[in-house]
Design a protein around this ligand. Structure first.
Ligand SMILES: Cc1cc2nc3c(=O)[nH]c(=O)nc-3n(C[C@H](O)[C@H](O)[C@H](O)COP(=O)(O)OP(=O)(O)OC[C@H]3O[C@@H](n4cnc5c(N)ncnc54)[C@H](O)[C@@H]3O)c2cc1C
Length: 375
C-alpha cells in the first residue's frame, strides 16, 4: 500500500522534499505537491531583478517542468488545514493524505510598519524588487535608509548584500558622492552565527562609507515629511527601503499550528504536535535562521522521518546545515558553510570574498534547478 504524502508549498523546502521522497521511496509514496503559483523563483534571484541583471521571466522556473516519478504538482491555493484529521481544503479540491508536510514559507506584513505601504520600498517579493528596480532607475541621489524592520527575517545577509550592490550601482551612475547610505538593524551583528562574515560585511560597509547602526529599530515612517521614526529620534530619507515584518501564512494560524507566531515543531524530527503532520523551512520555528539552504536541510530531516516510518529503522539527519553565498559587491562573493549542530557549537567560517565564488553560486542554483525541475 502506498503512502500519500501531501506537501503544501513548492518552495526551497517543498521542492527538495518532493525530490528526496521520489528518489528514496519510489513506489512506496505518492506525493502531491501544491503551490499557489505556477513557477518557482530562488530568493537570491530577487537581487538579480532588483539590479536589472536578469528579468523576472529569466528567473522564473515553471512548475510544469517537474517530472519526478510519483510526484504530481498541482497549482492550488491551500484554504484550510485540519491537522487533527489531516484534512486539507484548497480552492480546487479536498484531500485526506496519510502525511502532511507544511512548507508554506513566510509572508510579509507591510502594514505592520506605519507609513511603509505608502512611502517605502522592499525587494523581498518579486513585485517589490521590480518596483524598487524602476525607482532606482530614476533615483537622482540622496539619503537612502535601509532598515530591517523586525526579527526573524529571511536570509540574514540580504540587507547588506543589497546595500553593497546599491553602492556599486550609484558609483556606476556617478551618484555615489551625492548619496548617503545607512543600514539599520535590531540585530547585534549582520550574520550572528558567523563572526567572520559579520566582520567582513562591516568592513566592506566602512570601506565604502556606508553608515551602519545595529541594535536600533525603525518603528514607522512619515511618507510626507520623509522621516523614519526611531524610538528617540527621527531620521530624514529620500529613499526608504525596508526588510518587511515577516509572519507565518494566515492559514497556519487558523489551523492552530502556531505558537509564538510560527509553526510549533519538535526541532529534532520537525513533526508538529499532530502525528503525521510535519512543518519545515521558514514557516517552522526550529531556532535556526530563515534561509532556503536550511529549508533544504529540513527537507532531508523530514524525508528521513517519512522513510523510517515506511521502511523502519534508518538514519536521521539533524538539520541546521547549509551553504550560503554572500554578495559583497564589486563582483566579489563570500562562501559560508554553516553547521548549527557542530560539536562544540555552531560553526560558519567565511571563504573569500573573491570573484571565484560567483561561479560556485551559479553552480549551486544550476544543481538545484536540474534536481528539482530536470532543466
Ligand atoms: C532577497 C532575498 C535573498 C535571499 N537569498 C538567499 C540565499 O542566497 N540563500 C538562501 O539559502 N536563502 C536565501 N533567501 C531566503 C529563501 O528564499 C527562503 O528562506 C526560502 O525560500 C525558504 O524556503 P521555504 O520552502 O520555507 O519557503 P518558500 O521558498 O517561500 O516557499 C513557500 C511556498 O509556499 C507557497 N504558498 C504560501 N502560501 C500558500 C497557500 N496558501 N497555498 C499554496 N501555496 C502557498 C508559496 O507560493 C511558496 O512557493 C533569500 C530571500 C530573499 C528575499
Amino acid at each position: 500500500m502506498t503512502t500519500n504524502v501531501m506537501i503544501l508549498g513548492a518552495g526551497f523546502g517543498g521542492l527538495e522534499l518532493a525530490s528526496a521522497l521520489s528518489e528514496r521511496l519510489s513506489g512506496e509514496v505518492e506525493v502531491t505537491l501544491v503551490d499557489q503559483h505556477d513557477a518557482f523563483v530562488f530568493g537570491y534571484s530577487k537581487l538579480e531583478i532588483l539590479f536589472g541583471h536578469q528579468t523576472t521571466d529569466q528567473v522564473r522556473i515553471p512548475y510544469r517542468g517537474i517530472t519526478r516519478p510519483g510526484v504530481e504538482f498541482r497549482q492550488e491555493r491551500v484554504l484550510t488545514i485540519d491537522p487533527a484529521t489531516r484534512h486539507v481544503v484548497t480552492d480546487v479540491a479536498a484531500y485526506d493524505p496519510d502525511v502532511i508536510v507544511v512548507a508554506l514559507g513566510a509572508d510579509y506584513d507591510l502594514a505592520a510598519t506605519p507609513g511603509f505601504v505608502e512611502g517605502g520600498f522592499e525587494y523581498y517579493s518579486v513585485a517589490g524588487a521590480e518596483r524598487l528596480r524602476d525607482e532606482l532607475d530614476v533615483f537622482g541621489g540622496g539619503r537612502v535608509l535601509l532598515a530591517v524592520l523586525s526579527i526573524p527575517f529571511k536570509c540574514p545577509p540580504a540587507p547588506y548584500e543589497a546595500m553593497l550592490l546599491l553602492h556599486d550601482r550609484l558609483v556606476a551612475r556617478g551618484l555615489r558622492d551625492a548619496s548617503e547610505l545607512h543600514v539599520v538593524t535590531p540585530q547585534r551583528a549582520p550574520v550572528p552565527v558567523s563572526p567572520e562574515t559579520s566582520a567582513a560585511l562591516e568592513r566592506a560597509m566602512a570601506e565604502r562609507g556606508i553608515a551602519y547602526t545595529k541594535r536600533h529599530r525603525v518603528y514607522g515612517i512619515d511618507p510626507d515629511a520623509r522621516v523614519a521614526h526611531f524610538k528617540d529620534h527621527d531620521e530624514p530619507f529620500d529613499l526608504f527601503i525596508g526588510i518587511p515584518v515577516h509572519k507565518v501564512p494566515d492559514v497556519l494560524v487558523e489551523a492552530g499550528l502556531t505558537e509564538d507566531g510560527w509553526v510549533k515543531v519538535d526541532p529534532r524530527t520537525l513533526e508538529t504536535p499532530y502525528p503525521g503532520v510535519y512543518a519545515l523551512g521558514d514557516c517552522a520555528e526550529t531556532g535556526i535562521p530563515k534561509a532556503g539552504t536550511f529549508a533544504e536541510s529540513d527537507a532531508r530531516v523530514v524525508a528521513d522521518e517519512i522513510a523510517s516510518t515506511i521502511l523502519g529503522g534508518g538514519v536521521h539527519a539533524s538539520g541546521g546545515t547549509g551553504l550560503c553565498f554572500v554578495e559583497f559587491g564589486n563582483g566579489e562573493l563570500g562562501r559560508v558553510d554553516v553547521d548549527f549542530h557542530a560539536r562544540g557549537g555552531p560553526t560558519a567560517p567565511l571563504l573569500g570574498p573573491a570573484p571565484a565564488y560567483a561561479a560556485e553560486k551559479a553552480e549551486f542554483g544550476a544543481v538545484r534547478r536540474a534536481r528539482w525541475f530536470g532543466v
